[in-house]
Design a protein around this ligand. Structure first.
Ligand code: PXL
Length: 279
């Protein structure tokens, strides 16, 4: 395998095992040099804590990009997660235009919503901007809520395969290329991921652990990106990321004091093994 340098753009939640504090160790474990562009610095994430500090880094982004251009720094892939403002999305598109190597992949986790609701601080204007990034990307990883926001489809708690087909069809028609739709559950005991790649639909189903944990979307997207950048197809990467995320949840779910994230660090060895990386 080539030694690759990739870039991930998302916030630093100083505490919370999400966004960059999850992406960076996971991508490093996948054997990738990982440059970062923090979109904002928060004391902690916004999902379940009573408050947080927020330092917006929007105006740093074009300055950092200009400096990278001067140094001829480019990346084999750009992977985006939680972004702090609609304006940042334009900057991210510009960075992908100027700093992504020819043939490199833009991978977008449109992290903005879950369980039928936008995260705190996001609005319709942000959703409109996210459409530009999601439909330009080579691979998107929305959950069902995010896919509904991107397509205007009604969010449903329970659904059948026709609903998922319609959602994927609408994403594809709007310009999405490879689609990895997460959290697709057709019965209470299992969940899974629907992958649409090269006009082919596949589904990977696995055990569902009741309760769920915060930050699993970021852990999933990071492991997925790591696997794709190790040369795997989207489906194979989706399977590896799903198995890894499930192990992270299993490692966490019994510890009720650990509600804010998943204890992914002790399980990184499983991901390294699944990718066949020799340490
Ligand atoms: O895990 C997604 C995420 C990332 N970053 C911040 C968040 C969230 C979800 O709530 O608040 C700051």
């Amino acid at each position: 395998m080539d030694y690759k340098r990739i870039l991930t753009i998302q916030d630093i939640s100083c505490v919370g095992q999400c966004s960059l504090t999850a992406a960076l160790p996971i991508l490093s474990a996948c054997g990738l040099e990982t440059g970062i562009l923090p979109s904002a610095v928060l004391s902690n994430h916004t999902g379940g804590f009573s408050g947080w500090t927020f330092a917006d880094l929007t105006e740093e982004m074009p300055k950092i990009k200009e400096q990278w251009k001067k140094e001829n720094i480019d990346f084999s892939a750009v992977y985006t997660g939680y972004l702090g403002s609609a304006k940042q999305i334009d900057y991210v598109l510009d960075i992908a235009k100027d700093c992504l190597k020819s043939g490199g992949k833009l991978i977008c986790d449109p992290a903005m919503a879950d369980n039928g609701k936008l995260y705190a601080g996001f609005d319709d204007n942000f959703v409109e901007s996210m459409k530009k990034l999601a439909f330009r990307a080579d691979i998107i990883l929305p959950n069902i809520t995010e896919a509904c926001l991107l397509t205007g489809m009604e969010y449903r708690e329970s659904y059948d395969r026709d609903y998922i087909d319609e959602l994927i069809g609408k994403l594809s028609k709007s310009g999405a290329k490879t689609i990895v739709l997460t959290g697709v559950s057709f019965n209470p005991k299992t969940t899974g991921v629907s992958v649409y790649e090269n006009n082919k639909y596949s589904y990977y189903e696995h055990r569902k652990i009741a309760g769920g944990c915060h930050g699993t979307g970021d852990v999933y997207a990071s492991a997925f990106t790591g696997a794709v950048e190790n040369g795997m197809s989207a489906y194979d990467a989706a399977v590896i990321a799903a198995d890894f995320t499930l192990s992270c949840i299993e490692n966490t779910i019994d510890d009720k004091s650990h509600w804010y994230g998943v204890k992914f660090e002790p399980v990184l060895g499983e991901l390294i093994k699944a990718l066949g990386i020799n340490c």
